[in-house]
Design a binder for this molecule. Structure first.
Ligand code: GLA
Length: 592
């Protein structure tokens, strides 16, 4: 059971109709108050069976996110629309809109004030509020947000200057406004005096001063703890996966440069988060940046555009759905970046879709991984209510520029028998399948489903790119840091291999959640490649490691086998070598 969602109100009517032309078995009404079952699509089942299934989904649509800290943060951030031009009036106006337009009800609770609200520190080291933007100080704004039943977020930098300050070349208010030298006093001011509930800590000042990320962010985490507030949620904004240490101190960490309202930005950000699933866990998530929803090409005036991805060219409706749905299934924080005071009904409907949100607001804390890839067609999967249960969320993402036909194989999803399907965006059941089904997906579009299967099968292929690499980081080039990395390699399964593993104890690869259904001696096959004779160690559940030698494979991938006696249940398989590099790995196979 996903306990992160609360039932808002009892679900109601099931209607019946006969529509030979309709291809859906049942559909949930737009207002979520009723479901209509199509008696022409019973497929040999009793009408009661289908009605019960329709009712289950109708009820599911009444569940609401509750702000559970095990789930990604939901809310709004000022930056994408307003940049530095913020004020008490804007922030409270947005909060008011969120409290009344359905956003708060759907679980968007955080109103995050980004860069621009401060004016350096005074001679006593007290942070000053910007005299024009917040002439009344900050307390009234935070109290006003709280009075609406919402939470308030603040912003700073790990260094002395914030990003908007341009380190002296931009907004003067951001110069010397960062946390550097002020950790304790600023944290007391933000969390005890003002009552903020969240902080995003940027790194423009930190980078300028060549500070060490791990040291600085740990100091800041400790200063937050020292305020006595254990409910403050902390975001590291270092624009690249910082390292697995981030999950020990923060609830989310930015993995890329700033998003823009363009397919180029959305597509690139998804690309940079494809292989980070192992680093998410309940309460700790990869942050794909704020949402550029409601920026449909041709319907808005681009606000400003700079940085890595250029200007705001806008998205198509398909691209917007891909953007939001993938942020949901990949368990990114969901921070709306448009202006909630004037949001279009279509975008509001998308971001409050309870079925998409249930993928994100899930106490299992899972980020979907790629179960199958064919060129630019990606199939993601993650468990729905129970680890290793029979219900799974599936996304079919066509990142390419032409229509694509997905062949969805149940086996790739570790599912078997009859599979019932619910389309989360259409809010309808397109009918069941067994073994394989074809689905056409338009360019840049995605389909999002919940599959309810008869059987959960044992996973056979554990792609190296879905494993936890303890030393994985993106702050320094992997070659210089000597840390493992993912690389596109032609001919490998999933198109990606893990390279540069080993040579120190912690530069290892761990497959967590290896679920063995039946006890017995089983074979683990490691598909790997090396240009010289190398060895690696395999350790199961922390027991004595087994050493495996691999002679130069002359550029080819080979299978190296190990017999392991497994008890039924969940196991951890660790691959490592403290003293020398291991071969490169494509995947591990648990031979059925
Ligand atoms: C950086 C961050 C953005 C935003 C701006 C504010 O660029 O990555 O998300 O906070 O700073 O200046």
């Amino acid at each position: 059971m996903n306990t992160a969602l609360l039932l808002a109100a009892a679900a109601t009517a099931i209607n019946f109709m006969e529509c030979p032309k309709c291809d859906k078995r049942f559909r949930i009404a737009e207002d979520g108050q009723s479901a209509t079952v199509n008696l022409c699509r019973l497929n040999g089942e009793g009408r009661d069976v289908l009605a019960a299934r329709a009712e289950k989904y109708l009820k599911m649509g009444h569940k609401r996110a509750s702000g559970d800290p095990r789930c990604p943060l939901m809310g709004w951030s000022s930056w994408n629309t307003f940049a530095l031009n913020i004020s008490e009036e804007i922030i409270l106006g947005v909060a008011q809109a969120m409290a009344t337009n359905g956003l708060k009800e759907a679980g968007y609770l955080y109103v995050n004030i980004d860069d621009g609200f401060f004016y350096g520190h005074d001679e006593n080291g007290r942070l000053r509020w910007h005299p024009q933007r917040f002439p009344n100080g900050m307390k009234g704004t935070v109290d006003g947000i709280h009075a609406l039943g919402l939470k308030a977020g603040t912003y700073s930098d790990a260094g002395a200057n914030t990003c908007g300050s341009g380190n002296g070349k931009g907004d003067p208010g951001g110069v010397g406004a960062g946390l550097y030298g002020h950790d304790a006093a600023d944290c007391r001011l933000h969390f005890n005096e003002m009552g903020f509930d969240f902080i995003k800590v940027d790194y423009c000042g930190g980078r300028y001063q060549h500070l060490d990320e791990r040291v600085r962010y740990t100091e800041i985490a400790n200063a937050i703890k020292a305020t006595g507030r254990s409910d403050v949620r902390f975001n590291i904004c270092r624009w690249a996966f910082p390292g697995t240490w981030a999950a020990d101190i923060a609830e989310s960490w930015r993995t890329t440069y700033d998003i823009r309202a363009s397919w180029k930005a959305v597509h690139t950000i998804i690309g940079e988060n494809l292989y980070l699933s192992a680093y998410a866990k309940p309460g700790h998530f990869n942050d794909m940046d704020m949402l550029e929803v409601d920026r449909i090409a041709g319907t808005f005036t681009p606000t400003f555009g700079h940085g890595t991805f250029g200007g705001d060219t806008g998205l198509t409706r398909d691209e917007e759905t891909t953007h939001f749905g993938l942020w949901c299934i990949l368990s990114s924080p969901l921070l709306i970046g448009c202006d909630p005071r004037s949001m279009s009904a279509e975008s509001l409907k998308l971001v409050t879709n309870p079925y998409l949100l249930a993928m994100n607001q899930n106490d299992l804390g899972l980020q979907a991984y790629i179960a199958h890839r064919d060129g630019t067609a990606y199939m993601f999967v993650k468990d729905a209510d129970l680890l290793f249960g029979k219900s799974r969320y599936v996304a079919l993402y066509n990142s390419g520029d032409t229509e694509c036909e997905f062949k969805v194989c149940a086996k790739d999803l570790d599912l078997g028998g009859r599979i019932d399907v619910f389309d989360l965006v259409e809010r309808a059941d397109p009918g069941p399948f067994q073994d394989v089904v074809s689905v056409k997906v338009a360019p840049h579009a995605s389909k999002f489903y919940r599959f309810d299967a008869e059987k959960r099968l044992e996973r056979e292929i554990y792609e190296a790119e879905t494993a936890f690499l303890t030393d994985y980081q993106e702050l320094k080039p992997a070659k210089d840091a000597g840390t493992a990395y993912y690389e596109e390699v032609k001919g490998t399964s999933g198109g990606v291999a893990v390279r540069q593993l080993g040579n120190r104890e912690t530069n290892d690869m761990i497959f967590r959640n290896v679920n063995v259904l039946k006890a017995g001696t089983r074979t683990l096959e490691f598909r790997c490649r090396t240009g010289e004779d190398r060895t690696f160690l395999v350790q199961v559940d922390g027991e004595k490691p087994q050493r495996l030698a691999v002679a130069n494979t002359q550029g080819k991938y080979v299978d190296v086998k190990l017999a392991v006696a497994f008890k039924a249940g969940v196991h951890e398989v660790r691959v490592f070598n403290p003293f020398a590099y291991t071969p490169d790995f494509d995947f591990m196979r648990l031979v059925p």
